[in-house]
Each structure stands twice: as C-alpha cells, then as structure tokens.
Design a protein around this ligand. Structure first.
Ligand code: AMP
Ligand code: ZN
Ligand code: FE
Ligand code: FE
Length: 277
C-alpha cells in the first residue's frame, strides 16, 4: 500500500495480548506504520505507557479501546477511537466492567467444573496480571491443566459461544457502549463484523449512534471486505481496519498484517470535529 498507513486494532498485556506497549510500538515502527491505535479490551492503561515511546519513534498513537457488549445472545465488540481516556463516564464504566470480568471468571470456572474441567480462578486472574482478564487467559489455564491440547480447542469445546463454560463479556447493550464512547468524545466503530454473523444488526446500531465499521480485519476475506465496504457506503459509516494483533495469543499474525491508508484516520478526525457528541 503506497503512502502512509495505520493499524487501528492492536492488543497489549493490558488485556489479552502478550506484548508490552513498548514492544507493540517497536513492531509498528519496524512495520513502517505511520499511526496505530492500541485497542485493549475494556482498558486504556496502555495508552499513557505507549504515548511517549510512540512520540519518540515518530508514530502517531490514536487513543483506542475495544469494548464488549451483548445483543440478545450475540457477543458484540465495539471499538472507540479519539476519545478522552480520562473522561469520568468512561473511567466509571471501565471500573465496573473490570469488576464484571473478574466475577465472570469465577462464573466460568464454576460452569467448567460442572463439565469436569477443574481449574483455579486464581490462576486465571494471576495470568492476566494488572490487565483486563478474558477468555484467552481461561484458555491458557485449561491448556496448562491438560483439559485441551491447544487454546483453539478451549474455544471450540469449552468457552466459545454455545459451549458449557461460555459467559458473555458484558451484559450491556451496544447502545450503552456507543453512548459511553461518544460522551467521552470518541468515535464508535463496530469491530470485526464477520463475528457478528448478522449484518441486519448493523443498521440497528447506526440508529444507536454507531459511526464506523471495521471493514478491514485480519479475519476478513477479500469477499467479506467488499461486502462490508458496500454496507459502510449504504449506511454512510466511516471505515477502519487493523490486524487485531495479540502477540503469542494469536500466532502468525504480525502487527500491520491488516492496515489502512492514513486518509481513513483523517476521516475519523473530521467526523469527531464535526460531531457535537
Ligand atoms: P473476551 O473479551 O474475554 O470474551 O475474549 C475475547 C478474545 O478471545 C478475543 O479478542 C480473541 O483474542 C479471543 N478469541 C475469541 N474467540 C477465539 C477463538 N475461537 N480462538 C482463539 N481465540 C479466540
Ligand atoms: Zn482479545
Ligand atoms: Fe474483538
Ligand atoms: Fe481485538
């Protein structure tokens, strides 16, 4: 791709990635990216750590986050960009969500025990350290205790949607998450629509204030990219994209694996400047 590019979907150790923010910035620099968004799950702590490092390397760090929501029985991930990470409403939501995620681990551990997979909740929480705890941490502990032979198997047998150990990441509706992002001055974007599997929900989210669609993503085939480009055009949505880099959690998927022209970052800024919440 000629011209400056951006990867707008990256995870660090502050959620379920395995790299420090500094390492992610280094990898972005090596990949020739002009701008990045670190989008940890329900967590903004990597941003302050990465900011001075990115600045030194001449990389623009765009405030980012990936937040969980639920629509009926469907897990929905929303990205937020260009918000104020210190906004009180956002801070309050994230504190509540961190507590929900810890309670969720205990609930998952209880459900897993019912089907014979006994793992200590403490080990899962310890693995997440100071970052947001999530299903990949549960998967790694299931692996360590020999209940599965790969983390992928953990997601297909134990903790994926419709599996016995599954608990949604958040009970809150997308409308509420969209509001939190917008009130913090951010741009709300639907992440990896391929996992939603229900395109008709996208129009409903637009009614709730959704502004963009993650058209470009490492899990989107060229056919899917064309489909989501059309949907974005029909619904007048901004387009974003990124790799969804997780370090060793998702092997073989480097920083910059999916990237967008910098012009799409400028479009996000234009939308933000033109939109009074
Ligand atoms: P959580 O937010 O705790 O529900 O965890 C979501 C994360 O789990 C995603 O960002 C992925 O990193 C990971 N994940 C989800 N589904 C799978 C899968 N089938 N195989 C491997 N990792 C997955
Ligand atoms: Zn993740
Ligand atoms: Fe996601
Ligand atoms: Fe992600």
């Amino acid at each position: 791709m000629p011209g400056p590019t951006a990867d707008l979907h990256l995870h660090t150790r502050f959620s379920d990635g395995t790299d420090t923010p500094a390492r992610v910035v280094d990898l972005a620099h090596a990949a020739g990216l002009s701008a990045i968004a670190i989008t940890d799950h329900d967590n903004v702590e990597a941003l302050a750590v990465a900011e001075p490092i990115a600045r030194r390397q001449g990389i623009e760090l765009i405030p980012g986050i990936e937040m969980s929501a639920s629509a009926d029985d469907t897990e929905v991930h929303l990205l937020g960009f260009l918000f104020d990470p210190a906004h009180p409403g956002l801070t309050r939501h994230l504190a509540e969500q961190q507590a929900r995620r810890v309670a969720r681990v205990h609930e998952m551990v209880r459900r897993l025990a019912h089907v014979g997979a006994r793992i200590p909740a403490e080990e899962v929480l310890q693995l997440a350290g100071e970052g947001t705890v999530g299903r990949p941490h549960v998967a790694r502990v299931l692996l360590k205790h020999g209940y599965v032979s790969t983390t992928a198997e953990a997601f297909s047998r134990y903790i994926g949607p419709h599996n016995p150990g599954f608990v949604p990441g958040s009970p809150l509706p997308p409308s509420q998450i969209i509001r939190v992002i917008r009130e913090a001055g951010g741009v709300p974007v639907l992440a990896h629509p391929v996992y939603l599997e229900q395109d008709e929900l996208i129009a409903a989210f637009v009614q709730d204030g959704l502004a963009g669609l993650e058209v470009y993503h490492s899990s989107h085939t060229p056919d899917l990219v064309r489909r989501y480009e059309q949907i974005a055009e029909q619904l007048k949505l901004l387009k974003t994209g990124g790799s969804d880099y997780h370090g060793e959690t998702k092997e073989g998927l480097p920083v910059g694996a999916s990237r967008v022209p910098y012009a799409l970052v400028e479009a996000l800024k234009t939308w933000k400047a033109a939109t009074a919440r």
